[in-house]
Structures are given as structure tokens and as C-alpha cells.
Design a binder for this molecule. Structure first.
Ligand code: MG
Length: 238
């Protein structure tokens, strides 16, 4: 799991270094796919439920599951990239919303709060805590800031499968659901809308966008619960 986590982090850092105005999300998709080929590992999303690409690339008002395409990114855009792979039978799953060039202050705040809500969710993933402690921590951070959590998509257990039980909603009261135990591995992934929480799916059957057209951000880490607390696996220094 650590190896898979390090690899997904490395790919997202590769992509981060390429993101700038004029680049297309299809180019980013190819970079991710080539890196997988180089490592002889399998991208996790391509073919999953029929998803046709290596990365999910969701700009601006797209929330998740966007298709890479040949439309150049513009200065001031944001781009959510979600990427997973399988290494030696284990999955890693990781997402970051990147600014394209300089973004306005309100957008910067959306990215900061979403990233913060992920960190608070991770901090709540303590051995002998409850699953919904994670949900509650994310929701509180987001709503205190005046934003909305997306309810239609959830975090999940991860390991030998990409999506395992339990589901991890980004909202809920603390102190319920399964107990958290050392050895559990979870993908925690707040999706945060700047405006209303509603979601609609485009005609491609995949791309989720905000109903009000406002922007949305998505941050995700693969996390292990250890005796000493949560450990982020999707990072380069593990
Ligand atoms: Mg995930």
C-alpha cells in the first residue's frame, strides 16, 4: 500500500509540474499513462466501470469523473485530478485540485478549505474512533467556511480493491458507524462546492458538475490507520 501510495503521489507531482495555461488534460492523461507503463503498473480507473481514461480531469465547475480532452487550460482555471493505480495487487488513490497559473482569491480559499477539510478528516481517523468522526470533521470544516459538501459521492475503504467497504460520506454526526481499527486503509476524499451542494451528471454518463455552475474542489489521500494514528500513504516521502 505504501508503494502504491508513493507512486500515485509521484504521478500527481509530475502532472502538477506540467499544468499551465495552454496545456490540455489529454496531454496530462498521456503523461500519467506513460509513467504507469514505465513502472509496469496498471492505472486503476481505465476500464473501471467503463471509464475510458487514466486520470479523471475535472476543471472548474466539474466535481469529479471528468474526461480528459483537447481543450487547453486557461489562466485562472482550476483542475481537479484524481488518479489511482495498482502495484503488486494493492491500490493507491489520490486527488488534488490544482490552480492553473494565478487564480483569484476566492478560488484560492476554496482550494485551501477543501485541502484543510481533508486534513481534518485524516486527523479524525484515529484507532478506536468511529468512521463518522471523519465525516463530521470534514463537514464541519467545509460548512464553517460557508461552502457545501457533495453528498452524492463518498470516500471508501481501499486495499486489494479500489472501492471497498466502508463508504465514507463527507457529512454526518460523529460517533457512529464502524469502529476504526489499526490496519484499516481508507481513501478519504472531500468534494467541496463553492455554492450549492447539488450535482448533475453530463450526457457522457460520468462527468459530475455543480448544478449552479460554481466551482468545486476535490482532495483525496489514501490513509492507513496505525496504532500511532493516521498515516498518509499517498505521499512521496513514505
Ligand atoms: Mg477514491
Amino acid at each position: 500500500m505504501r508503494r502504491a501510495g508513493r507512486m500515485v503521489a509521484e504521478v500527481l507531482m509530475l502532472l502538477r509540474d506540467r499544468i499551465r495555461p495552454g496545456v490540455t488534460t489529454l496531454e496530462l492523461d498521456r503523461i500519467a499513462e506513460n509513467q504507469c507503463r514505465k513502472w509496469k503498473v496498471k492505472p486503476a480507473f481505465k476500464g473501471y466501470g467503463g471509464f475510458p481514461f487514466t486520470i479523471c480531469a475535472s476543471p472548474n465547475e466539474q466535481i469529479v469523473h471528468g474526461f480528459p480532452n483537447d481543450v487547453p487550460l486557461l489562466e485562472g482555471d482550476i483542475l481537479s485530478i484524481d488518479f489511482g493505480l495498482i502495484c503488486d495487487g494493492f491500490y493507491g488513490d489520490h486527488a488534488i485540485t490544482f490552480p492553473v497559473g494565478e487564480v483569484d482569491q476566492e478560488t484560492r480559499r476554496l482550494l485551501e478549505i477543501t485541502s484543510q477539510s481533508l486534513q481534518q478528516g485524516i486527523d479524525a481517523a484515529r484507532p478506536d474512533g468511529f468512521l463518522s468522526d471523519i465525516s463530521h470533521a470534514v463537514q464541519t470544516c467545509v460548512e464553517v467556511a460557508g461552502y457545501s459538501v457533495v453528498r452524492e459521492f463518498v470516500g471508501h475503504g481501499i486495499g486489494r480493491q479500489l472501492h471497498e467497504d466502508p463508504q465514507i460520506p463527507n457529512y454526518g454526526k460523529p460517533g457512529s458507524g464502524p469502529r476504526l481499527r489499526p490496519g484499516m486503509t481508507l481513501a478519504i476524499e472531500p468534494m467541496v462546492n463553492a455554492g450549492k451542494p447539488g450535482v448533475k451528471i453530463l450526457d457522457d454518463g460520468w462527468t459530475a458538475v455543480t448544478v449552479d455552475g460554481k466551482r468545486s474542489a476535490h482532495f483525496e489521500h489514501t490513509v492507513a490507520i496505525t496504532d500511532n494514528g493516521p498515516e498518509i500513504l499517498s505521499r512521496m516521502d513514505v
